[in-house]
Design a protein around this ligand. Structure first.
Ligand code: GLA
Length: 356
């Protein structure tokens, strides 16, 4: 048996929640709950073979409820990940107003987004254990049109990967942008910041933002800027540079342009922690990745194993469509119509490097 299912308490509305533990012979272990589709634990060996947990999160359900102690740790994000300016967009001549929950903007699907709902879960055992999560979002939920059926499958592969497959269909024209919001710290015990982690991102441009973190609509070349991660760079090397884009976000919190449109699965990023030797390679079919350097972590969240998560103690690599796409004609579209199928795949692959 490489999947175990356990009860994990209930929501404030009294809905039962489960947690699934998935394991592979290669030593990868994930704990995933059907509340918000949250990856609560992800254990992978360091260069000595000692397993360590590489994601931030909680040991119990309660801190996740209402995001009481969770800035989206490990969660599935929908219906529309990232920001939508003033929560407003137009589709087929009709204007929609979403609840605004981040300054003047809508963020990550709104107050009752996909990270706050209970998904129907189906464990599928085998050499590559997986959990298939389904959520049917009713027409009008959180202000979005159409009944949206989302199916997200988490799989641990024999190649030591966590693979996410997303699929969505709709009953009426709508917009959709799905991602996972895991916070990574490859040291394995989340007891220090990630400024020494080396990051590579295969992106020649970012979508620059204004002071509310909404894209200006331009593309900004990374050449000669703190956003050039085309060769491995330590996150801490330039995060505090005197740069307007870094100032607006208090660090890195930007969409990196990977492709002009969705494409076949491609390797897009690598994260390396020389202390543990852990390497995480990211591949995706998505056109963008939001690199967020944990700027809002400030020591107010008490996480797993009694840890208090301080400033920049983790980073996110949220594969996605670009922020505010519904209001940005130059960005690849997030419109989904009846009869169409939205699909995407993201793979986080874990290995070790003997190098320093
Ligand atoms: C995303 C956003 C950040 C922040 C985090 C959650 O990554 O881009 O600005 O809101 O989610 O704290």
């Amino acid at each position: 048996m490489s999947i175990e299912q356990q009860p994990w308490g209930e929501t404030d509305a009294g809905t039962s929640v489960s947690i699934f533990t998935l394991r592979t012979p290669s030593g990868l272990e994930a704990r995933i709950t059907n509340f918000g589709g949250i990856v609560t634990h992800l254990l992978t060996p360091d260069r000595e073979g000692t397993p360590g947990d590489v994601v931030l999160g909680h040991d119990t359900l309660k801190p996740y409820l209402g995001r009481a102690q969770s800035p989206y740790f490990g969660a599935l994000i929908g219906r529309h990940a990232n920001r939508i300016a003033r929560g407003r967009f137009e589709l087929d001549g009709q204007t929609y107003q979403l609840p605004v929950n981040n300054g003047p903007n809508s963020l990550h699907g709104g107050p009752g987004g996909f990270d706050q709902v209970v998904w129907q879960a189906e464990p599928i055992d085998g050499d590559e254990p997986s959990v298939r999560l389904t959520y049917v979002s009713p027409d009008g939920e959180e202000g979005y049109p159409g009944t949206l059926t989302a199916v997200v499958t988490y799989t641990l592969t024999t190649a030591n990967e966590l693979r996410l497959h997303y699929r969505a269909t709709t009953s009426a024209p709508t917009i959709v942008n799905l991602t996972n919001h895991s916070y990574f710290n490859l040291t394995g015990d989340a007891s220090r910041d990630v400024l020494d982690h080396e990051l590579t991102i295969a992106a020649e441009a970012i979508t620059p933002i204004d002071e509310t973190l909404i894209p200006t609509g331009d593309f900004q070349k990374v050449d000669g800027t703190p956003f050039d991660f085309r060769t491995p760079r330590k996150i801490g090397e330039r995060v505090n540079d005197d740069d307007e884009q870094l100032r607006f976000a208090g660090g890195y919190d930007h969409n990196f342009v990977l492709a002009e449109r969705p494409r076949a699965l491609a390797h897009v990023a690598r994260l390396f922690d020389s202390a543990s030797g852990r390497v995480m390679d990211v591949a995706t079919t998505q056109p963008g990745v939001q690199f967020y350097s944990g700027n809002f972590l400030d020591g107010s969240v008490h996480g797993k194993d009694g840890r208090v998560y301080e400033h920049r103690w983790a980073l996110c690599l949220e594969t996605q469509h670009f922020p505010d796409t519904p209001n940005q004609p130059r960005f690849p579209s997030t419109v989904l119509r009846p009869g169409e199928v939205f699909e995407s795949t993201t793979v986080y692959a874990f290995s070790v490097s003997s190098g320093r």
